[in-house]
Design a protein around this ligand. Structure first.
Ligand code: ATP
Ligand code: MG
Length: 265
């Protein structure tokens, strides 16, 4: 981006030494193009965040659908499960389409006008030439140089979008990196007596909103247990807590009588 910015700067300086007035006139479309470009970029961070959220949801749904395909087929739930996936896919596509539709006009206007250096240069240059205030050589030079401005300008505009997206991407990554590590010992101090899993008064929420409100469960070693409940009620959350991916907010989970917070990863 920097190298593309230096080329126009150098060219414009050189053009200014040839003819100040005509150079400024050739740049007349740039502010107008930038204005439309800014209109296009307004709200782009929010829109990009939105597409990330929707895409993540689509990914989750796709993975869930494919992982659960045996169960879905066995219980004849193809339709409802597939609908969930289709809805996520449609929402994912819609948020992109809606965003692009909103940008379309401004983007095209800015791409059309920003590099249109000849629009000011040609008529005023021709007039200046006829008036004798600029020589034919100088005018030709200005025209050639102004054409050289086009592609660096377009390249800068294309990078700009990437820079706007970078903030969101870095934010996503730092959010994960800045999460606190779970505190777990290096070595096992207490040995579990068996493999019974016991949840006692477990309260938990991913953010402020509590998802599990005081859960008691006993899962005996060697048994198969079913966890049943509506979507979003917290079944997977319970499984993730037992696997020790998060710490409970209140209560405890133990395996063989040992609190999982005392079991090394
Ligand atoms: N990583 C997360 N961050 C924030 N909220 C989450 C996270 N994972 C799940 N939730 C929320 O916690 C609640 C319980 O989700 P969970 O996935 O445990 O439900 P579930 O019972 O497994 O649903 P399903 O039957 O659809 O699999 C939901 O409201 C969900 O939006
Ligand atoms: Mg689940």
């Amino acid at each position: 981006m920097l190298s593309n910015a230096f080329v126009p700067v150098a060219l414009i300086i050189y053009m200014l030494t040839i003819n100040v007035k005509l150079t400024l006139l050739s740049l007349i479309c740039v502010p107008v193009g930038i204005f439309f470009f800014c209109l296009m970029m307004t709200g782009s961070t929010e829109s990009y965040n939105n597409t990330i959220i929707k895409t993540k949801k689509l990914n989750d749904t796709a993975v869930e659908y494919i992982n659960g395909i045996e169960v879905i087929k066995a219980f004849g739930k193809s339709k409802t499960s597939y609908d969930k996936f289709v809805t996520a896919a449609k929402e994912g596509a819609d948020c992109f389409i809606e965003w692009m539709r909103r940008c379309n006009l401004w983007q095209n206007l800015s791409l059309l006008l920003m590099p249109y250096f000849l629009l000011g240069l040609l008529p005023f240059g021709a007039k200046a030439y006829m008036d004798g205030t600029v020589s034919g050589n100088d005018l030709l030079m200005l025209i050639i140089l102004s054409l050289g401005l086009v592609s660096p300008f377009m390249t800068i505009a294309s990078y700009w979008d990437g820079i706007a997206k970078m903030g969101t991407i870095i934010g996503e990554a730092t959010e994960i990196l800045e999460r606190k590590d779970l505190i777990r010992p290096e070595t096992m101090t207490e040995k579990p007596t068996d493999m019974d899993i016991i949840l006692k008064n477990v309260r938990f929420g991913y953010n402020e909103k509590e998802i599990l409100h005081g859960i008691y469960i006993t899962i005996k070693q060697g048994t198969v247990n079913a966890l049943v409940g509506p979507s979003g009620s917290g079944k997977s959350t319970i499984a993730k807590l037992i696997a020790s991916f998060w710490d409970v907010d209140e209560g405890s989970i133990s395996i063989g009588g040992v609190d999982i917070r005392k079991i090394p990863p």
